[in-house]
Ligand binder design. Structure first.
Ligand code: SAH
Length: 218
């Protein structure tokens, strides 16, 4: 049964209070974005009653919409603001994309599964976001034509940072990326570039879908 929209809004506020704030996410811009993006619209209608639960949800093509807490943590780690240009690898449902679009000036998002990209684009268009650009293809190559970025957020896990992505960060920019084997122990890293120095800090253990080599899916 379709929950009334007032209930969904109450659930969304509870999600921010109990799953996000309670676990230490403090950035008011991040909390505001999570409070305003209607997460249920990014999952199938039969899953609306689960949309604000503390877990990922399947979205088709073997992929999932990330757990709300993970979206909040990754967004906060990026350290972005209203003037930022951000590259996202792995559009998926488009939910994380919307959260980024609430916060920053321009979002560039790359997805390897065409159906997911089309669906995310339709939802974001319907919601009126005009600061998102979409690209279909293998995100390991980034989006060099629009570089450099203040932040790069990767929502699928490669074994190592794809060559070339780091070079698309501004000096002082940040990358948030899960690294590790498919289905195994992965670690979320915050990577910062300062001149010639690349500083890689392990943040927490995570579990993401693998970054697929380009051309592997139809
Ligand atoms: N933040 C998204 C997470 C989706 S899961 C959300 O909450 O909905 C990760 C996504 O990365 C999947 O949609 C998957 O298709 C995509 N992906 C996997 N390998 C990729 C690659 N090489 N390039 C771009 N996207 C990729």
């Amino acid at each position: 049964m379709r929950p009334p929209s007032a209930d969904l809004e109450t659930q969304r506020r509870a999600m921010v209070d109990h799953q996000i704030k309670a676990r230490g996410v403090r950035n008011p811009l991040v909390l505001a974005a999570l409070t305003s993006v209607p997460r249920h619209l990014f999952v199938a209608e039969e899953d609306w009653s689960q949309a604000y639960a503390d877990r990922p949800i399947p979205i088709g093509w073997g992929q999932t919409i990330s757990q709300p807490y993970m979206v909040a943590v990754m967004t906060e780690l990026l350290g972005i603001g209203p003037a930022s240009r951000v590259l996202e690898i792995g559009t998926g449902s488009g939910y994380q994309t919307a959260v980024l679009a609430e916060l920053c000036d321009q979002v560039f998002t790359v997805e390897v599964v065409p159906h997911l990209l089309q669906r995310a684009r339709a939802i974001l268009d319907d919601l009126g976001y005009t600061n998102v650009r979409f690209r279909e293809g293998d995100g390991s190559a980034g989006w060099p034509e629009e570089a450099p970025y203040d932040g790069i957020l990767v929502t699928c896990a490669p074994d190592e940072i794809p060559e070339g992505l780091l070079g698309q960060l501004k000096d002082g920019g940040r990358m948030v990326i899960p690294l590790g084997p498919a289905g195994g122990a992965q670690t979320l890293y915050l990577v910062t570039v300062q001149g010639e120095r690349v500083i890689k800090r392990a943040v927490m253990g995570v579990r993401f879908v693998p970054l697929m080599p380009g051309g592997e899916v139809d």
